[in-house]
Design a protein around this ligand. Structure first.
Ligand SMILES: C[S@@+](CC[C@H](N)C(=O)[O-])C[C@H]1O[C@@H](n2cnc3c(N)ncnc32)[C@H](O)[C@@H]1O
Length: 281
């Protein structure tokens, strides 16, 4: 980044403060690429733009949105979705036979491909008489607006979406594709910073916390894993990204979870309470 001394440091401190994401040294090029269009839009240099962020909440929001890493795709990594359909869902259909209702949380949902991938599977595999709700949350308001709109470019729908699903679950919307209303109405969005308390969310049968912990430092990651525990209902599931694990977590966090292999997918399940009382909040 060809910026004045201190510019990169103040951007990385801002991102850390607002999202807990750690922007290591060496990502200067990314900061410049993401902020330059915003700076140009208000007619200033990246340095000048960064200097105004502390006193301009609207631009600060846009800058933080631009600096989050939103990489995602439909049915990302495939195997977790296969495990969901073939193992988790049948088990949950037995477990929740009385309420006949499932709640899923896509925490760090990005532009919504994860939430809508699950919605498509539930649409196909949930027996008649069952209902479901998917909560999609993210720290980026721009991403949440995208989830609500459910509109995707031709490039985006090409990333992991089977053609049959495109035909069945999307409508043409100009140059884009829009998720059909019957799936969109099942997905509600919520602005939520994972590094802050999870208030009023209730419990979920499956929580997808995928490909986001990698951006946090160890203390933040373990704290999130600890606070996640009460959000997963009895015999529910927590799914992390394929490179994320609790193996390195301290015992007070690791002991809250039981690791289980479903094929080659590791899932976490709430560990049975021990006799020692441990605060989960
Ligand atoms: C790489 S995407 C992962 C999307 C999706 N879970 C997947 O696996 O495809 C990471 C997402 O985490 C969000 N994020 C980053 N920091 C966050 C935080 N502190 N709280 C909530 N979401 C956060 C970003 O905005 C981004 O949308």
């Amino acid at each position: 980044m060809t910026a004045a001394p201190g510019t990169y440091e103040s951007v990385s401190a801002l991102v850390r403060r607002e999202t807990s994401m750690v922007y290591d040294a060496g990502k200067e090029y990314l900061v410049e690429a993401r902020l330059r269009p915003l700076a140009s839009a208000v007619g200033c240099t990246v340095d000048e733009y960064v200097a105004r962020l502390p006193v301009d909440p609207a631009e600060r929001r846009k800058a933080v949105d631009a600096l989050t890493i939103n990489e995602t795709s439909w049915f990302r990594d495939h195997a977790p979705y296969q495990a969901f359909t073939e193992s988790m869902l049948p088990a949950l259909l037995e477990e929740r036979a009385i309420t006949r209702r499932l709640r899923i949380w896509s925490a760090a949902c990005s532009s919504g491909q994860e939430a809508y991938s699950i919605a498509m599977l539930l649409d196909q595999h949930l027996p008649a008489g069952w209902s479901y709700e998917i909560v999609a949350s993210d720290v980026s308001t721009a991403m949440l607006e995208r989830v609500t709109a459910g509109r995707y470019s031709a490039v985006e729908v090409n990333r992991g979406l089977p053609a049959t699903h495109l035909v069945r679950y999307f409508e043409r919307a100009g140059n884009e594709w829009q998720v059909v209303p019957q799936l969109r109405e099942r997905v509600s969005t919520r602005h939520l910073n994972l590094a802050a308390p999870f208030l009023g969310l209730g419990t979920f049968d499956v929580v997808l916390l995928r490909n986001v912990l990698i951006y946090f430092d160890h203390a933040t990651k373990y704290d999130i894993l600890r606070r996640m525990r009460p959000t997963v209902g009895t015999n529910g599931y927590l799914l992390l990204g394929s490179s994320e694990t609790t193996l390195d977590a301290p015992p007070e966090v690791a002991d809250l979870w039981t690791r289980e292999a479903i094929g080659r997918v590791q899932v976490l399940r709430p560990a049975p309470p021990t006799n020692g009382t441990r605060s989960l909040t």
